[in-house]
Write a protein that binds this ligand. Structure first.
Ligand code: A3P
Length: 344
């Protein structure tokens, strides 16, 4: 799935053309042995079943990549992880964290975001790290920004042990579902047909979705945030979308890159917000039309990551009954956790 580059059922393997097998390929048989014995249910695409492991649902390449990351990814205390369930604002958060962390190196006219999709700048440890280890960002030891869609209890031991910081973003499940279903329609290459919106929605409500159940994903990070608020920042897409400025300031503070009084006076925060806004990002040449990421092949064009960027778009797709069903499930699931009352 980049995001859903992430939950892709098959990301073309760039390294197949190389003579020497990658470390992931050398270990793959082990992961395939694990995944071949696990329980399966039908997926959103009949060709891509969901596999159950560790209380979560997976598509095979992502589970294999996650197992590899668990075994081999070495986090450092100074790393920062962008954690999210797919389609909840990962691309946006990548743009913001990259720009905040690198603002002393780049200005508005030299920021690599102007020429590269945000997913090229911050790799997923369960996708790029196993499958495309030779891309520049992974070879760059100076890079401390990583991302994942893995559930919190599935994170590599080294990530938790290192004490590195994480930022988590979540979103109304109805919009998350619509965003994901729409995204899958844009998948190129042959993955077989996608089930109807109604079928996929029913599966999503039951928790059958890659990296899901979604609400468990949110709760896992919420609990971790409550236990360790200094290490895990918890954001909600809708809240940040309504008024990004204060959240961008607290995000920078949390990351250890707080804006100085002079920067604030000079409008630097506004500039970061504007550069990373949906409207700016969607209209960059690199994110338009059929432009593709440059670091490795992907089933998605860059433009697929920028659809509408609205809150409440579900109303154009779901019936009131469907919405009430999802809301009821969420309220029940989050009851007593403090999440819904927190304003997050
Ligand atoms: P929609 O499909 O509702 O438009 P992710 O990045 O986790 O894959 O999430 C994708 C969702 O975030 C999409 O939602 C996309 O349009 C939206 N998005 C992408 N960039 C954004 C930005 N800079 N600001 C706000 N929303 C953004």
């Amino acid at each position: 799935m980049a995001t859903d580059a992430v939950t892709d059922t098959s990301v073309p393997n760039h390294d197949e053309t190389e003579k020497e097998p990658t470390e992931f390929e050398k270990n793959r048989k082990r992961y395939q042995d694990v995944t071949s014995t696990l329980p399966q249910v039908k997926g959103w695409r009949p060709k891509a079943p969901l596999i159950e492991y560790g209380g979560h649902w997976w598509v095979k390449p992502i589970l294999e990549g996650s197992l590899y990351a668990q075994d081999f990814f070495q986090a450092r205390p100074s790393d920062l992880f962008i954690c999210s369930y797919p389609k909840t604002g990962s691309t946006w958060l990548k743009s913001l964290t990259f720009t905040i962390a690198n603002r002393s190196r780049f200005d508005d006219s030299t920021n690599p975001l102007l020429k590269h999709n945000p997913h090229e700048l911050i790799p997923f440890i369960e996708i790029q790290f196993p499958q495309f280890p030779n891309i520049d960002v992974l070879k760059d030891k100076g890079n401390h920004l990583f991302s994942t869609h893995m559930p919190h209890d599935f994170l590599p031991h080294s990530v938790v042990k290192s004490g590195c910081k994480m930022v988590y973003i979540w979103r109304d499940p109805k919009d998350t579902f619509i965003s994901r279903w729409s995204f899958f329609q844009k998948q190129r290459f042959e993955h077989g047909p996608l089930n109807s919106l109604e079928e996929c929605f029913d599966m999503f409500c039951q928790g059958f979705c890659a990296c899901g159940p979604y609400l468990d994903h949110v709760l896992g990070y919420w609990k971790a945030h409550q236990e360790n608020p200094d290490k895990i920042l918890f954001l909600k897409y809708e809240t940040v979308r309504a008024d990004p400025l204060p959240y961008v300031k607290s995000l920078a503070e949390f990351m250890g890159y707080g804006f100085t009084a002079e920067e604030e006076k000079n409008g630097v925060v506004e500039k970061v917000v504007n550069l990373c806004s949906f409207e700016t990002m969607k209209n960059l040449e690199v994110n338009k039309g059929d432009k593709e990421r440059e670091d490795h092949p992907s089933p998605y064009t860059n433009s697929a990551y920028f659809r509408k960027g609205k809150t409440g778009d579900w109303v154009n797709y779901l019936t009131p009954d469907m919405a009430a069903r999802m809301d009821g499930i969420m309220e029940e699931k989050f009851k007593g956790t403090g999440l819904l009352e927190s304003g997050n």
